[in-house]
Design a protein around this ligand. Structure first.
Ligand SMILES: [Zn+2]
Length: 591
């Protein structure tokens, strides 16, 4: 009888489809005001040498400065063009310039210091001139061709980066970027180009007491930051830096009314209408993928697809789909967030779309934006009474200053804005950080179902820079020709599935997070500072602004981590450990 009653209850719960308990979050969001500790006072460890007269060097400097700042490596910068004389005071140097004549004889001094125990990251392919010829042997270079070559592939020769072992990445928009290098035998080559030549792209060369790491990529973009972080980490015996440790998948425009769109490929492959396709094919497939990999989706609601942009608003009375899909997501431990009352970005008439987004109308006033967000909030609160709605995803990743301010001031439940990592013409692009107004910026790095070479590069890069993955997709990707609809859902699904396989195969330890948990992970990462002390046989890591947990990468070049005090560690790539700190001081014991 009891068993029977249980079955009846389960069936009823399932029928009603609204009964669920609020899921405990894996990681609670903390009020940003709890992070009160100061950063450590640290001596600069590194000098970035750059050349203000060379636009390429300017870009290289911008990238490496951003990378080192986020790795919490204390550094200084020097414009070699203005001030060519270098100081021997640093452990590490980054040559973020190509023209060594700028430094004159100083380049020889630099290599003398390396011989005596400093380390050098050569970040830009050097010009092949007399100064270069004098020092190239000290980088492990035997010979250099006169013409550069077009680097169209990056081939991983070692497993020094997470997600790299055995992989080949296509370089999007390749150009004559890199030097034709022939190396000495004693170099350790981690990356090469493709083809028969396999010119070296990233290698290490011991020189005297020091170490030289050279990068022959010549690409200075956000999508490659993880490559430079990894290269820098190879310089000294030990390198430790904070990471986020999280993977999130966002379903934009879901739940939403069935979007308008060409259903011809769905008709072709499944002989059904869009609505039935979503219910019977798309969602079951997405749901299975989630189960397979332990993913909990963050699902972004659109109430309707009207072009209203002024109060009063019509709302949406047709809630059946919202209840069904929303509760499916919640029952799997997922999260519901705000995407929009409709798909009009939160911008006013002063916002310039240029020639793009012809169907978008700006909102008439700030009060209309407030009204639209309030309507969405009421709509969602009715449907999902236990949800807090802490994540906002801007429609088309567009968000104006005014819209952003209204979210922060009037919608206090919103803790995170999840827009986009890369710069675009109109997009609200972000870094992983906490803004002054307390909102956590949790950008999405990759998107869609096509997963092109640029996305694969960016995804791999970010695994190594922040140990993070953040991807969004839409149900209507399968309808949109630009997003690959002609390939058919089965092929698109196979793409996405292969991407997840790659991710969780190479990063099985990465935490599966929903949007609010990602915000919690980012704030703990963002406020953290590290003070590293290297002793015989151990590394002591002191953490400022430690609350309940912190995550770090530790690159250990000699030996291995045999035990950890104040935390734990797991190897995630050759010589690279993911360290979980459970106290504000962690000791890695080295063997
Ligand atoms: Zn959308």
């Amino acid at each position: 009888m009891a068993v029977f009653l249980v079955i009846v209850c389960i069936l009823m719960a399932e029928r009603r489809s609204v009964v669920y308990e609020k899921t405990e979050r894996l990681l609670e969001f903390l009020d940003p005001s709890v992070f009160q500790e100061e950063e450590f006072v640290k001596e600069p460890e590194c000098l970035i040498v750059w050349d203000s007269a060379d636009s390429n060097s300017v870009k290289a400097r911008r990238e490496i400065a951003s990378v080192l700042a986020q790795m919490r490596i204390p550094f200084e910068e020097q414009d070699g063009r203005e001030e060519p004389a270098l100081s021997p005071a640093y452990d590490n140097y980054v040559l973020a310039l190509s023209d060594y004549s700028v430094l004159g004889e100083g380049i020889l001094d630099l290599f003398d210091w390396v011989e005596d125990g400093s380390n050098l990251l050569v970040m830009c392919p050097p010009y092949v001139d007399a100064y270069y010829q004098v020092v190239s042997g000290r980088m492990g270079i035997q010979d250099t061709g006169h013409e550069p070559f077009e680097l169209d592939k990056i081939v991983f020769k070692t497993g020094f980066m997470v997600g790299g072992m055995g992989q080949t990445l296509e370089v999007s928009d390749p150009f004559d970027s890199s030097n034709r290098i022939f190396l000495d035998q004693d170099c350790r080559v981690h990356l090469t180009g493709g083809g028969e030549e396999e010119y070296p792209v990233l290698w290490e060369h011991p020189y005297g007491q020091g170490n030289v790491v050279c990068v022959n990529l010549n690409i200075y973009e956000k999508a490659y930051r993880g490559f430079y972080a990894a290269a820098y980490s190879l310089l000294s015996d030990v390198c430790v830096y904070p990471v986020i440790n999280g993977a999130a998948f966002y379903l934009d425009d879901f739940p939403s009314p069935v979007p308008a769109g060409e259903g011809s490929y769905i008709k072709r492959d499944y002989n059904m209408d869009i609505e039935r396709f979503y219910t019977n094919v798309w969602w079951p497939d997405m749901s299975n993928l989630a189960k397979e990999h332990g993913i909990r989706y963050t699902s972004m609601v659109i109430e309707n697809y009207s072009d209203e942009h002024q109060l009063p608003l019509a709302g949406n009375q047709d809630t059946q789909r919202f209840l069904y899909f929303g509760n499916e997501v919640l029952n799997q431990g997922g999260e519901i967030g705000f995407h929009g009352y409709n798909h009009m970005p939160l911008v006013l008439e002063n916002f310039d779309y240029g020639d793009a987004f012809e169907s978008y109308y700006p909102w008439k006033s700030e009060d209309d934006i407030r009204g639209a967000m309030t309507e969405l909030k009421n709509f969602c609160s009715e449907l999902y009474p236990r949800e807090a709605f802490q994540v906002y995803v801007p429609p088309s990743n567009i968000l104006s200053e005014e819209g952003r301010r209204i979210l922060a001031e009037d919608f206090l439940d919103i803790q995170a804005v999840a827009s986009i990592y890369f710069e675009g013409a109109h997009g609200y692009s972000q870094d992983f950080m906490v803004s002054e107004d307390g909102i956590v910026e949790t950008p999405r790095i990759t998107s869609g179902l096509l997963i092109d070479s640029y996305m694969r590069t960016a995804a791999l890069s970010e695994l190594n820079f922040h140990y993070v993955n953040s991807h969004f997709l839409h149900p209507d990707d399968a309808l949109d020709e630009d997003r690959g609809a002609a390939l058919g859902w089965q092929n698109l699904y196979t793409n996405l599935s292969a991407y997840m396989e790659w991710l969780y195969n190479f990063a099985p330890e990465i935490r599966r997070l929903v949007g609010t948990e990602m915000a919690g992970a980012v704030e703990r990462y963002y406020f953290l500072d590290t003070l590293i002390e290297k002793r015989e046989g151990e590394i002591e890591i002191r953490l400022s602004n430690f609350q309940d947990e912190a995550w770090l990468f530790a690159r250990v070049k000699e030996g291995y981590v045999s035990s950890v005090q104040g935390g734990s560690a797991v190897r995630v790539a050759d010589g690279l450990y993911l360290v979980q700190a459970s106290e504000d001081t962690v000791r890695l014991i080295l063997e």
